[in-house]
Design a protein around this ligand. Structure first.
Ligand code: NAG
Ligand code: NAG
Ligand code: NAG
Ligand code: NAG
Ligand code: NAG
Ligand code: NAG
Length: 506
């Protein structure tokens, strides 16, 4: 017995050593650069010219189906940075701080800080405000006071030249001349300059530098010459710009933040189900792509200062953004366009790869710790697990090494009511009555909108408000809800079981 055990043990050991050797990046204590772009959806299939992001995707390990936990900034960022799902940090809006309200959970930067790293936050990493205690979780997560670009105070100012009124407005579409801006700069330009300064300054101790760009978050404000890269005549409309026929109403939201910008308000789009006029759909898409081209440029400039031989780089976003698909705009849903984001890792000594297995943003934390050789952190047992450091997600290193894993990704979105109303896009916890849980496999997206108790944080799977099943093989636009199709009933049953098992962690 003993001999067999030790044989197995030594085999396991050798095996593990080999895996570590064949994967572990060529440097120990690699520096880490994490780039988080705000509201950047996955643009893999689009003919948008993003040369720098593309270059990173070609050199690195690129995930095609990387899924955000919830398509809203604060919950998703806290989830990604603690490695726990929104249910585990009980954050679905902007108004609680996990350390004081749920548990004193370790964050990704904090763990690196505790392991000898200098950890630095530049721009938008944590969502500012109550959900990071008005401190971006400093000093727990960061070695230095987090940096915010000074021109951020003008982020919502009336600075957009309006072609119709010839006045300055709070528009959605807002190409600008930088030297005419109040600070003669823009927040992301200042963020870039500070991030480069940090890369130059940190040469001795290993560092983790997190750089958060604000665009293409609305308003779509960017140096106007980027519009030249995206001629309007090349911009295509969404394949399906209407509410899907069998879509349960609970899946819809009125994209209030887009509607309330001055230029969109003037269009008098009927509330809450009105559709954007086609001409404006194209204009917004053009300007979103131009704002993305601007950020792509800044990422390229940042990457020139990154030492590729000792630095692991991660590029991602907090969630996606609907650009008129299914009649929707902005985030606030479980549709693929709202939750699928770019996720690229560049690891010194590790070969490029494209991976289409669905993964989640909570997987970034365990992946980076494995790459950096920080070991011994357990998986959380359930959403109630108050262990200081544990992971709801999993390391992506096995996938990066080419091991086959049939995994899937979970996301969720809360609603206050079945029928769309003004706060359906951003309900506060006190108003949440329904939770839409969604599972993405390689082929399908399946969603159940169920009753949710916002004081006990319990779910009632028997009280259903809507079911969605989309087959990406035949309908990547998610515009045909197949949940009633007889031929899909076996798939529906299987996915429903899998979804419940994952959420309840049975
Ligand atoms: C929470 O964790 C931090 C970092 O480990 C520690 O400094 C702090 O004392 C802890 N707070 C509580 C209330 O346990
Ligand atoms: C959060 O901020 C409040 C008010 O400043 C402070 O009392 C509290 O200790 C902070 N929480 C943590 C965990 O530092
Ligand atoms: C405003 O008009 C100018 C000149 O006609 C044009 O170059 C620019 O693209 C227009 N801006 C918008 C937001 O339509
Ligand atoms: C929107 O409504 C206002 C007030 O009723 C009207 O003056 C304006 O012409 C309308 N605009 C459009 C684009 O229909
Ligand atoms: C980049 O990192 C390598 C490996 O640590 C080091 O030898 C080299 O000097 C660094 N290059 C620069 C320009 O700092
Ligand atoms: C949540 O559960 C508590 C205790 O059973 C109950 O008092 C409360 O009304 C429930 N809330 C909702 C929104 O159902």
């Amino acid at each position: 017995m003993f001999i067999i055990n030790s044989l197995i043990l030594s085999l396991l050991f050798v095996n593990k050593m080999q895996l570590v050797q064949c994967f572990k990046s060529t440097v120990s204590n690699p520096n880490i650069v994490i780039i988080i772009v705000d509201d950047l959806r996955h643009l893999h299939k689009k003919n948008v010219n993003l040369p720098n992001i593309r270059k990173m995707a070609v050199k690195g390990i690129s995930f095609k189906n990387s899924i955000a936990q919830q398509a809203l900034c604060a919950p998703n960022r806290n989830s990604m940075l603690t490695g726990r799902r929104p249910d585990s940090i009980r954050l679905y809006d902007f108004y609680n701080y996990w350390r004081d309200d749920v548990g004193n959970f370790t964050t990704l930067p904090q763990l690196f800080k505790e392991n000898g790293y200098n950890t630095i936050s530049v721009g938008k990493i944590f969502h500012p405000g109550a959900s990071s205690n008005y401190t971006d979780d400093y000093p727990y997560s960061w070695s230095l006071l987090p940096y915010h670009p000074p021109s951020e105070i003008f982020k919502d100012s009336a600075v957009c030249q309006d072609n119709i009124t010839k006045q300055l407005h709070r528009n959605l579409i807002c190409p600008v001349k930088v030297n005419e801006q109040p600070d003669k700069s823009l927040p992301d330009l200042q963020t870039l300059a500070y991030a480069i300064k940090m890369l130059k300054a940190n040469k001795n101790k290993p560092f983790l530098l997190a750089v958060g760009f604000h665009k293409p978050h609305i308003p779509l404000k960017f140096p106007n010459h980027y519009l030249d890269r995206i001629p309007l005549e090349n911009v295509k409309p969404p394949n399906y710009p209407y509410k899907p026929k069998n879509m349960p109403l609970v899946a819809w939201h009125p994209w209030r933040d887009v509607r309330k910008r001055d230029d969109i308000k003037r269009l008098n789009i009927s509330y809450p189900m009105g559709i954007m006029p086609p001409k404006w759909t194209l204009k917004i898409r053009q300007n979103y792509y131009a704002a993305t081209a601007y950020i792509d440029d800044l990422i390229g400039r940042l990457m020139r200062y990154v030492n590729k031989s000792n630095t692991v780089v991660v590029l991602t976003s907090d969630h996606g953004w609907s650009l008129g698909e299914n009649g929707l705009w902005a985030k606030y849903s479980n549709f693929d366009v709202a939750v699928n984001v770019p996720l690229i890792f560049i690891v010194p000594g590790v070969s490029p790869k494209i991976i289409s297995t669905p993964v989640e943003l909570i997987d970034i934390f365990p992946t980076l710790t494995e790459i950096a050789g920080i070991t011994g952190i357990p998986k959380c047992r359930n959403t109630e697990d108050k262990t200081k450091t544990c992971f709801d997600g999993k390391s992506l290193v096995p996938l990066m090494k080419g091991e086959k894993h049939e995994t899937f990704a979970i996301s969720q979105y809360p609603r206050p009511s079945i029928h769309p109303r003004s706060n359906s896009d951003k309900p506060r916890l006190k108003d949440i009555k329904i939770m839409g849980y969604s599972i993405r496999t390689k082929r399908y997206r399946y969603t159940e909108w169920i009753s949710f108790n916002n004081t006990l944080f319990t779910r009632n799977w028997n009280k259903l408000y809507g079911v969605e099943l989309y087959d990406h093989l035949i309908n990547p636009d998610e515009s045909i809800n197949l949940f009633l199709e007889p031929t899909y009933q076996h798939v529906k049953k299987k996915l429903s079981k899998l979804l419940k098992e994952q959420i309840e962690l049975i």
